[in-house]
Structures are given as C-alpha cells and as structure tokens.
Ligand binder design. Structure first.
Ligand SMILES: NC(=O)c1ccc[n+]([C@@H]2O[C@H](COP(=O)([O-])OP(=O)(O)OC[C@H]3O[C@@H](n4cnc5c(N)ncnc54)[C@H](O)[C@@H]3O)[C@@H](O)[C@H]2O)c1
Length: 389
C-alpha cells in the first residue's frame, strides 16, 4: 500500500497524541484524512492538525472509500461497537485501551459499578468479547491494540533482554499512578467499565502479559495466567474539599485505588498497582526480576533530565510532565513524551503492519487477556477470594 489513509474517531486528549505520533511515522506515507467527534472543537482540531475533513457521525467513516484504517480514540464504552462495525466495513482498526469492558445492560440496577455483581460483569464481558473477537477474526483486516506500554522503549528493551537471555521471569511489579483523570468518562462505570484499576492498571497489566509472552516464546513454552487476587479502594469520597486540593479524582461508582496479583502457569507472579491518589506527576514503572538479574523500566518518571526550578512564571510553555500540579522544585522532566511513552512506536508498528500486511506486536490476544484478568480481578476483590481463570 503506497499510502495509508486514516480516519480518527475522537478529538480529545489521546486523539491529539495519536495525530502527533502519526506525523512521526517513517518509511510509510500516512495521511490522516478525517476526524469525527462530538466535541465542538472538531473543526478546530482538524484545522490545527491540517486534517482535510471533519464531522460528527462516526458511521460516515464506514462507507468512506478513502479510509483504510479507523483509529478509535473514544471512551471505552464505545470501543466494541465501533470495532465490530469498522471490521465489517472492511477497515483496519486501531483501538485505544482498554479494549472493552462491562458498561451495563438494559434492566441493570444503577449505578452499575455498585449495583451489578462483579461475577455477572465478568461472565457478560467474556460473552461480549466473544462477539467482538468473532467479528475481528471473520475479517481479513488488522486489529491493532494501542497499548503504548508495549512500545515504550524501556519496556521494549526489557523485552529484548528477556528474549535474548532466555531467563525465567520470577515476578514483575508494575505500576501506573497519577492524581486523577481529566476525562469526564473516568468517574462512571457505565462509560469506563471500571475505575483506576482498569483505566490505569490496564497499561502495566498488558506490559506484564507481554513480557511473560516474550519469555515464553523465547524458550518455546506457553505461559498463561491461572489465578488472580485483587483489592480495590475508594478513597476520594472520604476526603474533605481541602484534602482534595491537588487530587483530580471525582469517582461516582468506580474505585480510585487497586492492586491485582497474578499467578502464572509456571508458578511465577506479578503485581499490578493503579491509583488516582498519586501526586508528583505520572508514575509508569515496571520491574522484572529474573533468574539472571533484574530490569527496571522507568517510563515515567525517569532521570533523563532532572531539573531544579524556582520561578514558574519564567518557564512559559515549557512542558515538564503529565499530571503535575506545579513546575517548581526538583522535577523529572519528560523528554520526547510521545517517544518515551510508546506512542511513536505503536503508530510506526501499526502503519508498517497495514502497509506490509503483517501482524502488530500488540494485537487481539493481549487486548483480550487484559480484560479477562481485570474482570476476574474485580470479582476476586468483591468476593474476597482467589479466582481461577
Ligand atoms: N494510552 C494512553 O495513555 C491513554 C491516555 C488517555 C486516554 N486513553 C484512552 O483513550 C480513549 C479516549 O480517552 P481521552 O482521554 O482522549 O478522552 P476525551 O474525553 O479527551 O476524548 C474522547 C473523545 O471521544 C469523542 N466521542 C465520544 N463519543 C463519541 C461518538 N459517539 N462519536 C464520535 N466521537 C465521540 C468525544 O467527542 C471526544 O473527542 C479512552 O479509551 C482512554 O482509555 C489512553
């Protein structure tokens, strides 16, 4: 394919990140042709990124012969419906995290997050994923799961070391934390399919599953998740307005703290931590401990540039890091955010896949397994017991 033509659904936070990443793809000509969004900013967004077309009806993209790939950058409750429709329309699909979730069905008591049993959610999300996966498998188009952690250079290096060494990964400890999401959908289970545990924890969990998959492939083995335990918490509502000054979390029926413990079929372990109660900027960290040593993948913060800053008024638009409440004091400055967090790498892979017809590094299996483990985790937390997969 001489040129890959992309249609974007969504003009919010991550859509802008994706467009900037598309602009950096090399070796494949990428043309972002259209952006569809319900936001009033959609025409401005198109103008800002020199995208020739914009609109409000995402279904218009399905019959657009000028679109090869649809990039889904909408809230999670819309992912499955959009993936199925795009696949059936013959489009390649890029889907943001999480792949899907349980958002409620007609007749459910509300709010879904506190009224529907997690065992029911787990069963239903598995049923719904079968439908989505069947549509993907029935298509000859590519499904690309936009989990940036898999492509973050630090995680990619950990994968390279694990692959080359053939070492056994004994346990992985991984974390995604910050002070709360900007997105309106983050507060409600019916839009996000869960709280911090899935919204943030899906990043480190997919990173863990990816690295265990790399390890298994290096030795010609198959390693699967056998058991999950989990705990979740809801801390923000216990705080006074003054105690919430620097926290952005406003959960309605979702958790703002969670920890997931995973046991693999080779008896090894992983813990995944996620929280909206973390200050000091984004924390995206993964430690893999192996029979040959240890690898610490510090996506953020890292010490690439450490600065001590005294006067914020003189820093202008200088970007320091995501989710910071100030720019002064000692700062871990994020350099090349799109690159270091994996967005550049994922779009490079996806565009090469579409152009050359190969499968992406991050595809359907990782998307599916992540959701399965998360919902088993939610059931484990609610019932206070270990869930076997
Ligand atoms: N990889 C990452 O690090 C990362 C970071 C943030 C968000 N995300 C994911 O990206 C997705 C979007 O999150 P966000 O933070 O950009 O949210 P956002 O609220 O900033 O943007 C959502 C966009 O979806 C559009 N939208 C909603 N319903 C629509 C519809 N029916 N038709 C067309 N457009 C519609 C909105 O108009 C908006 O432009 C979520 O799945 C989220 O989990 C990923």
């Amino acid at each position: 394919m001489s040129k890959v033509r992309v249609g974007l659904i969504g003009s919010g936070f991550i859509a802008a990140v994706h467009v900037r990443a598309f602009r950096r793809v090399y070796g494949v000509a990428v043309d972002v042709r259209t952006v569809i969004s319900l936001d009033d900013n959609v025409a401005d967004f198109a103008h800002r990124f020199a995208i020739p077309n914009s609109g409000r009806d995402w279904r218009a993209i399905l019959n657009d012969p000028e679109i090869d790939v649809v990039d889904i950058c909408t809230p999670p409750d819309l992912h499955a419906e959009m993936v199925i429709a795009c696949m059936r329309a013959g489009k390649h699909v890029i889907c943001e995290k999480p792949f899907t979730g349980y958002f409620g069905r007609p007749g459910d008591a509300t709010p879904v997050g506190t009224k529907v049993a997690k065992s029911v959610m787990y069963q239903r999300v598995m049923e719904e994923m079968e439908t989505t996966c069947a549509a993907i498998r029935a298509s000859d188009r590519l499904f690309c799961y936009a989990e940036c952690w898999v492509y973050a250079p630090a995680v990619a290096k950990a994968a390279e070391i694990i692959r080359a060494s053939g070492d056994k990964v004994l346990f992985i400890r991984a974390e995604n934390g910050h002070s709360g999401s900007h997105a309106a959908h983050a507060a409600n289970w019916s839009l996000s399919g869960g709280g911090a545990l899935i919204r943030q924890g899906c990043h480190p969990l997919t990173g863990v599953l990816y690295l265990k998959g790399v390890e298994a492939a290096a030795r010609g083995e198959r390693i699967t998740v056998t058991d999950v335990t989990c705990d979740v918490g809801l801390i923000a509502p216990t705080l006074t307005p003054q105690q919430r000054t620097y926290l952005q979390a406003h959960p309605v029926d979702v958790e703002d703290w969670g920890v997931l413990s995973v046991t693999f079929s080779d008896a090894t372990k992983a813990t995944v931590f996620a929280s909206d109660m973390v200050m000091g900027g984004l924390r995206n960290l993964l430690e893999a401990h192996t029979t040959g040593g240890a690898v610490y993948a510090n996506i953020a913060p890292n010490t690439n540039v450490v600065a001590y800053l005294t006067d914020e008024s003189r820093l202008g638009d200088v970007y320091i890091n995501e989710k910071l409440d100030r720019k002064t004091g000692w700062q871990f400055v994020c350099v090349d955010e799109e690159g270091i967090r994996g967005f550049t790498g994922e779009m490079q892979d996806f565009m090469e896949c579409v152009s050359l017809g190969r499968q992406p590094v991050c595809g359907l299996d990782l998307a599916y397994d992540t959701i399965k483990v998360h919902y088993a985790g939610y059931q484990a937390a609610e019932e206070g017991r270990r869930i076997s997969l």
